[in-house]
Design a protein around this ligand. Structure first.
Ligand code: KG4
Ligand code: ZN
Length: 362
């Protein structure tokens, strides 16, 4: 029997509700995918303000559910379950989503699954492309950056990650520095299209060190320094300067991620000789330059790059519904659903210094 779930997401600045069906052959089908962004509410601050985000989620999550259900053309009696992000993320938003989902579950009698937001991102390639286990995942978002060996449902091994900022955070900070608005990723990418990536010599952090760990805070500082130098020399930035800074920054991020992805693929293949899929997920995976870089690197290593459609890269309810569906289909029980601000995917990995401790996003 196919299973149909409603998924709710509210861990950062998207209030989202989606309906997803899992067919008997394991194929996923997105029946609706409603996302209410909050860019307008946070734009003036250059980043997500947790208190404002929480209030907006509390205000809109029931409305997002109404829209998601209507767009799918289904009633609650057509559903088999509800899944909600229970963490990690901004706790006020997570609580708003969890309370909405608990109310819905109580009112409808449907079972409720508390889902790890990162698992939602991690399993998206199975929803969109029915990817088989195991596969290698690069998760790149506003709050996270890690290479994960996805070995099976609930079996995730971290191969490396950022020791400081996440790339999305670096994109957002670079955009703020250059007055490009929020969220920074799409703005920087747009600006970079007209820029010369070779004009500024930005560092490629940690490439001189073995392993798959990454660092982005030095890069952000290098952009700030280049910006200061230009301002001192010419009194401000011309539009070409801005484009060149964005292009240089974006290329540095992409180069580092591609080079580390090559190492991660080698490490992953040593454990899984038959495996040949590199998937990318999280908001930064929307970046076309990065996708092209990873695609080329994957091809060189004999891997196939799987990148979900843009709407399923950034935060959404469909990935949460899917993670719940995978758990239900595997016969796992629902447990108590409690909001968790921190919730690493690889519980056995020791924390990387600083990682996961910064950034509003998860
Ligand atoms: O996964 P996501 O929606 O939220 C979480 O962090 O969980 O990712 C949002 C992040 C933001 O930092 C945003 O600037 C970045 O993804 N982003 C991008 C692009 N689109 C979104 N970064 C680079 N290029 C893009 N096109
Ligand atoms: Zn996310």
């Amino acid at each position: 029997m196919p299973l149909t779930f409603l998924g709710l997401e509210s861990s950062c600045d998207e209030t989202a509700a989606a309906v997803v069906r899992r067919h008997d052959d394991g194929r996923g089908e997105v029946l609706s995918n409603t996302v209410f962004g909050q860019e307008d509410l946070h734009a003036g601050f250059g980043g997500v303000v947790p208190e404002i985000a929480a209030r907006a989620h509390a205000e809109r999550s029931d409305y997002a559910v109404e829209q998601g259900m209507a767009a799918a053309g289904l009633g609650f009696s057509d559903l088999d379950g509800i899944a909600v992000t229970a963490g990690p993320g901004l706790i006020g938003g997570v609580m708003a989503g969890v309370m909405t989902a608990k109310g819905l579950a109580a009112g409808t009698g449907l079972p409720l699954w508390g889902v790890n937001h990162l698992e939602g991102h991690a399993l998206t390639p199975r929803l969109t492309d029915a990817v088989e286990w195991p596969f290698l995942l690069l998760l790149v978002s506003g709050g996270h950056c890690q290479f994960l060996s996805i070995e099976g449902l609930g079996a995730y091994k971290r191969l490396g990650g950022t020791i400081d900022d996440a790339p999305g955070e670096a994109f957002d900070k670079t955009a703020r520095l250059l007055g490009l608005g929020f969220p920074g990723g799409p703005a920087v990418e747009k600006e970079a299209a007209a820029g010369d990536p070779r004009r500024f010599k930005f560092p490629r952090p940690l490439l001189d060190r073995p392993g798959c760990d990454l660092s982005f805070s030095g890069l952000k500082t290098a952009v700030a320094r280049a910006c200061d130098d230009l301002t001192e020399a010419q009194g401000g930035l011309h539009s070409q300067d801005r484009a060149d800074l964005c292009a240089g920054f974006q290329t540095a991020v992409s180069d580092v991620l591609s080079a580390k992805a090559a190492r991660a693929m080698a490490a992953f293949r040593a454990d899984h000789p038959q495996a040949a899929v590199l998937a990318v997920a999280g908001g930064v995976a929307a970046n076309q330059h990065l996708r092209a870089g990873l695609d080329a690197e994957a091809a060189m290593q004999g891997f196939r790059l799987i990148a979900p459609p843009l709407k399923l890269c950034t935060d959404n309810g469909a990935m949460i519904a899917w993670a719940g569906l995978e758990r239900a289909a595997a016969g796992l029980e629902t447990g108590p659903v409690s909001p968790r601000p921190r919730w690493p995917l690889d519980q056995s990995a020791s924390p990387i210094l600083g990682s996961g401790k910064k950034g509003a996003k998860a």
